[in-house]
Ligand binder design. Sequence first.
Ligand SMILES: [Mg+2]
Length: 199
Amino acid sequence: MKIGIDCDDVLLNYAQALVDYRNRTSSHHIKLSALNEYDLQRYLRFSTPEAYAKFLESFERSKEFKDMPVMKGSSEYISLLFEKEYELEVITSRRPPHIRKTISRLHNEFPGYFSRINFTHLNSDPTPKVRICKDRGIQIIIDDNPTIIQRCTNAGVIGIIFDRPWNRGQKYNHLPRTNTWFNIDSLISNLIYSACKKD
Ligand SMILES: [Mg+2]
């Protein structure tokens, strides 16, 4: 069985690195736990999209971006899922300038565990993650973006929301969720069992 796994905020702690960089380079003291929506421009207190875009460019050259921490438990549990013979693929919306760095970082942190790294933005017309799941025969997806999980679920893919402060809220309560890598294995087993019972 194939599992598609998001990179940022599922395998690597992108948001923490971004907040750390913002706090180091400004007078703000922003806490990741308060990031309760996707509007990072507003949350990081930039008044214009241009100022935010400039900030992102400098963040992507920073030590915080380069040394972005892995999500707690991810190395251990990716290894466990691999040993259980799940086929693991990454699905990420990281942009072309970061493709080489992303491949190298994931290979270093998770050596040999991913059979493929799928990039949604290889072309000017991005490929939705749900399309990648369907094309690649991916049956389970783990992502922190609830919209992606909802779309994949609607298309018959088993979706798991990786809990982050911005994806909480009642409207997502019906979707399977994990707040840690440590129970991912049992959650996946339960979801597969439920899906088989429905068939
Ligand atoms: Mg993500």
